[in-house]
Design a protein around this ligand. Structure first.
Ligand code: PMP
Length: 398
């Protein structure tokens, strides 16, 4: 079947939950995707910051193939070596002592919300349940994470939302401090807002946030679902800001594209989960955690973080140069290979035309072009992308 035939069939059988671009991907390698018609694409979206190692990294493919031949799933016994190994590697590289595994970013955030509430209730009493999050934040599509999310378009008509979430402006420590009340149990933030349009707050803001938490006995939850796993040139984005959270969630890039999520916490907080309090049938199963171990090892052992930093600087420089030449570019911002280009106009047309020319991008908050390529992207691929983008900017400004 060709792409048009697949798309016609999708219209018949697949619910229209996403505004999908007319692309039918069938194969990927590195930064390249091929569609069902054999057309080649340069992928600067990477499954929205999922394929950090590029599509089908050989170590991830090998781990999946090997594990599939040994044991795919076995839950409830939960002493799964691959899961234990992944938890050990992650904990040895951050503040956390223990991990809980699930299947997506939303589920990891659900777990974080539940753990924070249980911990705070046990420690301080029944009234401590409120979680403060940021306006324009995105935390997922389940009911609790929709309630945590600070975007009305994500929440519309799904109300009544969950009780106990309060939203304040991002990167504004005073607003946060003012919102804290005796009901507050935690503050939940993305270190860099992704869906919110690649918004990078200051290190001072996060230092102040940590202080507010410490002074009030609040837990700090970092949602690193989009920015973790090397995306910013460090394994975890909060490393840029000189503070650590109490709970951190990861998903997306953690297992090279296999569906996984994890919620990490210190021992003291993790103790609030006891047998029977939370769970997931597929969470941390042997197949995805084997892919996770291979992914994290590759990130740490193949110089991916340095490469990300280097290519991030290069890409940022090239985009800033375009920003000087084309007035429709308002601002270029980001860290590592998490880069947003804010336009003075809506970006949807550029994204659509880029797709026609074989370049995959997307647009957050209507005006922010998002560049989140595989961290293995080459200089040549960046140059190729910039060439297409410049042609589109020329057309746009005609
Ligand atoms: N948190 C953040 C910061 C995200 O960017 C996303 C996905 N865009 C999620 C949570 C939800 O992840 P998932 O789609 O895996 O549920």
């Amino acid at each position: 079947m060709n792409s048009a035939q697949w798309i016609a069939k999708a219209d018949k059988y697949i619910m229209k939950t996403y505004g999908r671009y007319p692309l039918v991907p069938v194969r990927g390698e590195g930064c390249t995707l091929w569609d069902a018609d054999g057309k080649k694409y340069l992928d600067f979206l990477a499954g929205v910051a999922v394929n950090n190692l590029g599509h089908c990294h050989p170590s991830v493919v090998k781990a999946l193939q090997h594990q599939a031949s040994q044991l795919i799933h076995c839950s409830n016994y939960y002493h799964i070596p691959q899961q234990i190994e992944l938890a050990e590697i992650l904990c040895s590289h951050c503040f956390a002592d223990k991990a809980f595994f699930c299947n997506s970013g939303a589920e990891a955030n659900e777990a974080a919300i539940k753990l924070a509430r249980r911990y705070s209730r046990e420690k301080y009493g029944a009234d401590r349940y409120e979680i403060i999050t940021a306006i324009s934040s995105f935390h997922g599509r389940t009911m609790a994470t929709v309630s945590a999310t600070g975007q009305e378009k994500v929440q519309k008509f799904f109300d009544p939302l969950l009780h106990g979430f309060r939203h304040v402006p991002f990167n504004d420590a005073k607003a946060l401090r003012d919102a804290v009340s005796p009901l507050t149990c935690a503050i939940m933030l993305e270190p860099i807002q992704g869906e919110g349009g690649v918004v990078v707050p200051s290190a001072e803001y996060f230092q102040e946030v940590r202080k507010i938490c410490d002074e009030n006995g609040l837990l700090l939850i970092f949602d690193e679902v989009q920015v973790g796993m090397g995306r910013t040139g460090k394994l975890f984005a909060h490393e840029h800001f000189g503070i650590t959270p109490d709970i951190m969630t990861l998903a997306k890039a953690l297992a090279g594209g296999a569906p996984i999520g994890t919620m990490l916490a210190t021992d003291k907080i993790a103790e609030a989960f006891t047998p029977g309090t939370h769970g997931s049938t597929f969470g941390g199963n042997p197949l995805v955690t084997a892919a996770g171990v291979a992914t994290v090892r590759a990130i740490l052992e193949e110089g991916i973080l340095n490469r990300c930093e280097e290519m991030g600087e290069y890409l940022m420089g090239e985009l800033e140069a375009l920003g000087k030449r084309y007035s429709c570019i308002k601002e270029v911002r980001g860290i590592g290979l998490m880069i947003g280009v804010e336009l003075n106009i809506a970006g949807g047309d550029i994204v659509k035309k880029a797709l026609e020319r074989g370049l995959l991008l997307n647009c957050a908050q209507e005006k922010v072009l998002r560049f989140v390529p595989p961290l293995t992207v080459t200089k040549q691929e960046v140059n190729e992308m910039i060439k297409i983008l410049e042609e589109l900017l020329i057309e746009t400004e005609k």
